[in-house]
Ligand binder design. Structure first.
Ligand code: NAI
Ligand code: DG6
Length: 531
């Protein structure tokens, strides 16, 4: 994908009474079809349902900034350097020849969506996902952010040891222009003690309210200095330990704001950044696993109609797991155990070698097969039911372990080993072993881009429910449509998490198509099955 080719979007016009174009908006009618199921004594009574909605998408793309927390880390520096390489079309030499910059690994920029078939031939027509609706081009993102390490960006890129030397050499002057990251909030209790040596660029003092105000003013200044319409604030800093959820401290928006004022010890840096973004009306995405979004943050986002998304980038091992586990369970094969090991030697691995930070990652990596197992009670026994019909425990589940080890020598090149041990026909056993090796940050960086660009888009989409709403309203604060890129997707409280990668992608595709008045993908292909 040549950067200039990616710069010439296809233009799609939907010719339908359900799709209206004005200079300002694309407005589409959408019929949300489902079915309501009532279960009585083992009998399922199913009633098809349909609800009409309208979507309205602002056509003008916002001038968008991406403010990363952890800017000087492997993801932060790799993202900046690769955008700059794309922007300036820097071509570099590797031992295998000449390499051009690209956006491979980005769902938006390097994958396509089927929009229909050609009349006559019936040939399917695909377009880049980024062409379905107006979206920010990654080259146009204005970059900035914070880090507790004050190393200038060119030197921080060198420290990360991710990119080829020849690329680093050429992109270094552009990276140097980004200067050094803004000083950040450092509470040593939240990240591993082994990170202390890095922390030479911290906002002084222990007053959390003052820290919040500084971050808010950083966001405002960045927006103003760069003439931006929108800033996506993105946590790609070290994994923190979980925060305890304490009634009266972080359980409601007001309690959380009061706890910040009182500099309560259980308010983490990532929660402070999320609160700062919400109060500034800018979206916040959490690319790490910790519970930044304590209940008080979610309530605050709802109250301010701000957008939040998370948690934890789903780059390699977990992405594959969400596909493989679904394949096995949907094939009627019963995984009995899934054992996942990985080792890596970058600073992320160093931080995760501490028990409490590993725990956060273990939680986000472990939840990924739950919904597939729950969906198949032929293979796995349902939980027992208590006196008031409340399920007791989770029911039958495969054994699932996650191990991460820090091996400095391998640097950013993560090695992941997975064993899927399953029951097959009439007592047989199947073992699938997978060994994967790749540069972790080169998998993660395109996900950050996709998340930032989709988030900006979702701030421009509004909806109206036919028969109920006169005015268009913004989408719900928790952007669960971002799930495809996230290990432990945050969803609207009280709704179910979908981990299946296929379903997550389908939801996103369906939504984008609905915004231009197209039906979701149908693999029925009826015309190929009938005379
Ligand atoms: P890294 O350790 O290279 O970078 C993290 C940066 O955050 C460091 O430069 C550190 O100084 C900085 N930092 C720590 N606390 C901070 C604070 N309070 N404020 C500002 N900066 C702070 O890690 P990497 O590889 O860039 O990963 C970043 C995060 O993304 C980690 O939490 C990791 O678990 C998560 N992640 C990474 C993936 C990958 O494939 N690289 C995939 C999934 C998640
Ligand atoms: C060790 O697992 C380091 C982690 O930060 C992961 O590399 C990252 O979370 C990506 O995980 P996964 O499971 O999607 O490859």
């Amino acid at each position: 994908i040549h950067p200039t080719a990616a710069r010439c979007p296809h233009s799609i016009t939907v010719e339908s009474e359900n799709t209206l174009y004005s200079d300002e908006h694309i407005t589409s009618k959408f019929f949300n079809r489902g079915s309501e199921v009532t279960v009585t004594d083992g009998h399922f009574s199913v009633k098809p349902t349909v609800q009409e909605y309208e979507f309205q998408t602002k056509r003008a793309v916002s001038k968008t900034g991406l403010l990363m927390i952890g800017l000087g880390g492997n993801n932060g520096t790799t993202l900046c350097a690769t955008i700059l390489a794309n922007r300036h079309n820097i071509i570099w030499h590797t031992k295998s020849g000449i390499q051009q910059p690209n956006y491979i690994g980005s769902l938006l920029r390097a994958s396509t969506v089927r929009i229909g078939t050609e009349p006559g031939s019936g040939k399917e027509v695909h377009v880049p996902v980024s062409d379905v609706l107006p979206m920010v081009h990654p080259n146009d993102l204005v970059l900035g952010g914070w880090d507790i390490s004050g190393l200038p960006m060119d030197k921080a890129m060198e420290r990360a040891q991710v990119l080829d030397y020849d690329l680093q050499r050429q992109v270094a002057p552009h990276m140097a222009l980004l200067g050094k990251p803004l000083p950040s909030i450092y509470y040593p209790d939240f990240i591993a003690a082994n990170q202390e040596a890095r922390a030479d660029n911290v906002i002084p003092g222990t007053d959390k309210q003052a820290h919040l105000e500084i971050i808010r003013s950083d966001i405002r200044k960045f927006k103003q200095d760069n003439g931006l319409d929108r800033v996506v604030v993105f946590w790609t800093a070290n994994t923190e330990r979980y925060s305890d959820i304490i009634p009266g401290v972080n359980d409601t928006a007001d309690n959380l704001l009061a706890s910040i004022k009182a500099s309560h010890s259980e308010v983490s840096p990532s929660t402070l950044f999320a609160v700062a973004a919400i109060l500034e009306g800018e979206p916040f995405v959490n690319g790490a696993p910790q519970n930044t979004f304590v209940p008080g943050v979610i309530q605050l986002a709802e109250r301010n109609h701000s957008f939040i998304g998370g948690d934890d980038l789903k780059s390699g091992q977990t992405k594959l797991k969400s596909v493989l586990a679904e394949f096995l369970v949907n094939a009627g094969i019963k995984p009995l155990s899934i054992a996942s090991y990985n080792h890596l030697g970058n600073n992320d691995g160093h931080n995760l070698s501490a028990e409490r930070q590993f725990k956060s990652k273990e939680i986000s990596k472990s939840s990924v097969v739950d919904d597939m197992v729950d969906a198949n009670r032929l293979l796995y026994k349902a939980p027992a039911v208590g006196p008031k019909g409340v399920p007791i425990g989770k029911g039958e589940h495969p054994d699932h372990i996650v191990v991460i080890k820090y091996v400095p020598a391998v640097g950013d090149s993560k090695r992941a080993i997975d064993e899927y041990y399953s029951e097959i026909f009439c007592g047989g056993r199947s073992t699938i072993n997978i060994f994967n090796e790749c540069e972790d940050s080169l998998l993660a960086t395109p996900l950050i881009l996709d998340l930032a660009i989709l988030t900006e888009l979702l701030t421009r989409v509004q909806y109206r429910k036919a028969g109920e709403q006169k005015e268009f309203a913004p989408l719900y604060s928790v952007l669960s449509l971002l799930s495809y890129m996230l290990k432990a997707p945050l969803v609207k409280p009280g709704t179910e998490v979908v981990n299946s990668l296929n379903r997550q992608r389908n939801a996103l595709e369906s939504f984008l198509k609905a915004c231009i008045g197209l039906e979701s993908n149908s693999d029925l292909l009826l015309e190929t099955r009938i005379w």
